[in-house]
Design a protein around this ligand. Structure first.
Ligand code: CAP
Ligand code: MG
Length: 427
């Protein structure tokens, strides 16, 4: 088969097909049909030349390019017979549809924009154990965004200092305190000691505030060690674990999710490193794909970016309502869906979207307006950089959230809340 034999613009995808949408730029002198066919061939059963003794029957396994739109840069759609993919195996699925094709000479740029999974593949994954509703039930917070902070400075504090900063953030008004993405178990802050100290601080903060408080320790490590840390966390009465999904890898996430059937932890997905894949609009893998894979495997919360704040998040990369949804993800109006992670997807529970990165109390109105209430808002510098310190910063953040939920402007609310006033002046 020639590459162009993989193009059939009349093909109507079957419900059982897995469908990928790519943005593609052919290499110079390569026609779009040939470039698109090369992608379909290499990501399904083909290679650069025909195989002399291949059995005829495998021709029914070819992927088909059924849509090519654009000029110079093209949006193409490819349908794959789902039999090409192993159920419950994200690494293999990615080795097909996000593997060799990124390096082919016939392609100058290629970005995997979206994957539409058929039902049989979706049903082979567990999805989140808790999802939005399970986390809300755990935290006893019904219908407002959850407020979190990341302990700052991100590295350097010892275990007791870490716990003290967490305590101040919790009594100031944060629901959740998390470790930063590059804090694991360094000489100055050992994981086991940090967890013990910070859980003691959590219990004190719960007693003082009468509110449920959550700590998300970062268990990112080699897989076996990560599982040991997850079991330790569970044993010491912590309900959460946070993991850097890109650094740990998809296979490790699946292992953790399997173990979590026993541990029943809320799993928080930090996406450090995702921008190496998604930032270039013309090459790589979109955040939408990363979000779908993370939700399919079954993490409960995921950083989705925010248009405001410090991280470069092109509008198209904020996993949001305007993303092209696949048939199986139906907007679930019960949830007032504002972003894809909370939409229904067969048995897969809705994932809590986490907004973070350069946020401060002044951003809360914008976030709720654009992403709704089913979000977790996290501030690191926006709380620990407040002129009155961590406690004042957490108070300011909680005051801003209360104002927005009561339909008041931050400016007016700040007239009677000094911590918020100082935050709005300072940031
Ligand atoms: C935020 C943060 C988070 C980023 C990740 C940081 O701290 O802790 O890791 O939010 O980005 O280390 O930058 P600040 P994203 O609040 O002080 O910025 O959420 O976009 O994945
Ligand atoms: Mg961080």
């Amino acid at each position: 088969m020639k590459y162009t034999d993989y193009v059939d613009l009349k093909y109507k995808p079957k419900k059982t097909d897995l469908i990928c949408e790519f943005y593609m730029e052919p290499a110079s002198k390569i026609k779009p049909h040939e470039a698109a066919g090369a992608i379909a061939s290499e990501s399904s059963i083909g290679t650069w030349t025909d195989v002399t003794e291949a059995p005829k029957r495998i021709d029914r396994l070819v992927a088909k390019v059924f849509s090519i739109k654009g000029n110079k840069g093209y949006y193409i759609k490819i349908a794959y017979p789902s039999v090409l993919f192993e159920l419950n195996n994200i690494p293999q699925i990615l080795s097909s549809i996000a593997g060799n094709i990124f390096g082919m000479k016939t392609i100058k740029n290629l970005k995997l924009l979206d994957i539409e999974f058929p039902e049989n593949i979706i049903k082979s994954f567990r999805g989140p154990m808790y999802g939005i509703y399970g986390v809300r039930k755990l935290l006893k917070v019904k219908d407002r965004p959850l407020l979190g902070t990341i302990i700052k400075p991100k590295l350097g504090l010892n275990e007791k200092e870490h716990a003290q900063v967490a305590y101040n953030a919790w009594i100031g008004g944060c629901d959740i305190v998390k470790d930063d993405e590059n804090l694991s178990s360094q000489s100055f802050n050992k994981f086991l000691t940090r967890v013990i100290e910070t859980l003691k601080a959590r219990d004190k903060a719960e007693e003082k505030t009468g509110e449920k408080k959550m700590y998300m320790p970062n268990i990112t490590a080699e897989t076996e060690e990560m599982l040991r840390r997850a079991r330790f966390v569970k044993k010491h009465g912590c309900e959460y674990a946070m993991i850097d999904i890109v650094s740990c890898g998809w296979g490790a996430l699946q292992t953790l999710r399997e173990e979590n059937e026993k541990l029943k932890l809320v799993l928080h997905a930090h996406r450090a490193g995702y921008a190496a894949l998604s930032r270039n609009p013309r090459h790589g893998i979109s955040m939408l794909v990363i979000a779908k894979l993370t939700r399919l495997i079954g993490l409960d919360q995921l950083h989705i970016g925010t248009i405001v704040g410090k991280m470069e998040t092109p509008k198209t990369e904020v996993v949001g309502l305007d993303q092209e949804m696949e048939q199986s993800m139906i907007l679930d109006h019960r949830l007032e869906s504002r972003h894809m992670l909370e939409q229904r997807w067969y048995h897969i529970k809705p994932t809590f979207a986490v907004c973070s990165g350069g946020l401060h109390p002044g951003h809360i109105s914008y976030l709720v307006k654009h992403l709704g209430k089913n979000i977790i808002i996290q501030m690191g510098g926006g709380i620990h950089g407040h002129p009155l310190g961590t406690f004042g910063g957490a108070k300011a953040a909680r005051q801003a959230l209360t104002a927005v939920m009561e339909g008041k402007t931050l400016k007016n609310y700040a007239k009677t809340h000094i911590e918020l006033k100082k935050a709005l002046e300072f940031f």
